[in-house]
Design a protein around this ligand. Structure first.
Ligand code: NDP
Length: 307
């Protein structure tokens, strides 16, 4: 039995609709219902852990998404197993978004929008794919896939992770000691790190200062990775050329946020990629079956690493 357990009303509605559509009626229930006493799995996004800890059969807390920072892994520790969603269509969706972002800067569409406002006719250079240096922070399920897709198109791709990877046609860097070398060549920097205690605020003035002059930043990790004022300062000074932001410290982004107004920042409302609901439900049903039968779970999270 799966219990839908989130403190976010909008997400509660999404999950209820998705389970009603794709799961057998007797396989899930709502938080606070009688049936929740039998729940072995909680599907969650910012769950009420006080409540989950009262459920006697609960063994697995399953993120409804790829990220798990909303689960409070520190508190969960090893009391429950934790899983997340990993899916090929989800990765493909992220690539579509990022490919658009890269082309936006590669082919100077940012400049085209500016010039249109001023009715200004000025031709800009055509830069070929093989000239463009893309740097990807995080080489996991998302970053690993994205790096391979860009490399296959002929871009110069480098990637950075905690442990060193071997990826075809991708220059791989690992750990703090390699970070400067990785950053120094990333003219389009893509963040696909999971949010952990150690990387909050990593997209800061210090990092931006290590990128090539007039680099561009695309943040699809989490809003808490970014020090917003540092980004604004680096854009205003011309040190950075532009930024595309999909994730924010507070979502929805506040109406009075300076990010909305900034000419060099493109805001998207956390839509870079969502896994199809049919897949999310299927993976959670499968992991619930496995946890009940004592089998190994898919897409397990390591609470000691935080992702
Ligand atoms: P994974 O756990 O598969 O990969 C994480 C990667 O980040 C790994 O390569 C890991 O290194 C690296 N990493 C983690 N911490 C550090 C660190 N401190 N220093 C260097 N490298 C680090 O996650 P996914 O690829 O599946 O997803 C990544 C994130 O993308 C999610 O957590 C979520 O925040 C975001 N996301 C955003 C979406 C959106 O729509 N905006 C959609 C989906 C995901 P190592 O391999 O060595 O462990």
């Amino acid at each position: 039995m799966i219990v839908i357990a989130t403190t976010v009303p909008k997400v509660q509605k999404w999950l209820e609709d998705a389970f009603a559509k794709y799961a057998p009626e007797d396989s899930y229930c709502l938080a606070q219902s009688e049936a929740a006493q039998y729940a072995t799995t909680a599907v969650s996004w910012f769950p009420d852990l006080d409540y989950l800890e009262t459920l006697p059969q609960l063994k697995l807390i399953h993120s409804m998404a790829a990220g798990v920072e909303h689960l409070n892994l520190k508190r969960i520790g090893h009391r429950y197993q934790v899983c997340r969603v990993v899916d090929q269509l989800h990765q493909q969706g992220m690539f579509d978004y990022l490919q658009w972002g890269v082309l936006y800067y590669q082919r100077f569409f940012d400049q085209a929008f500016e010039q249109k406002k001023q009715q200004r006719w000025r031709q800009y250079p055509q830069r070929s794919t093989t000239e463009i240096k893309i740097g990807i922070m995080g080489l996991g399920q998302m970053g690993g896939y994205i790096s391979q897709r860009f490399a296959a198109l002929g871009y110069q791709v480098s990637g950075w992770s905690r442990s060193l990877k071997t990826l075809e046609n991708v220059q791989c860097f690992a750990g703090d000691s390699d970070f400067g070398a990785f950053l120094s060549q990333a003219e389009i920097l893509i963040n696909l790190l999971p949010l952990t205690e150690s990387n909050q605020g990593i997209l800061s003035q210090d990092l931006f200062g290590q990128l090539p002059e007039r680099a561009c930043v695309i943040n699809c990790g989490r809003g808490q990775h970014l020090v917003e004022q540092d980004l604004i300062d680096c854009l205003d000074s011309g040190r950075l050329r532009g930024a595309i932001l999909d994730v924010f410290n507070h979502e929805p982004l506040a109406i009075d946020s300076a990010l909305w107004q900034h000419d060099k920042i493109l805001v998207t409302p956390h839509v870079a990629s969502h896994a199809p609901w049919s897949i999310v439900v299927e993976q959670i049903l499968e992991n619930d079956r496995r946890v009940r039968e004592g089998q190994n779970l898919l897409n397990l999270v390591d609470p000691s690493k935080g992702y």
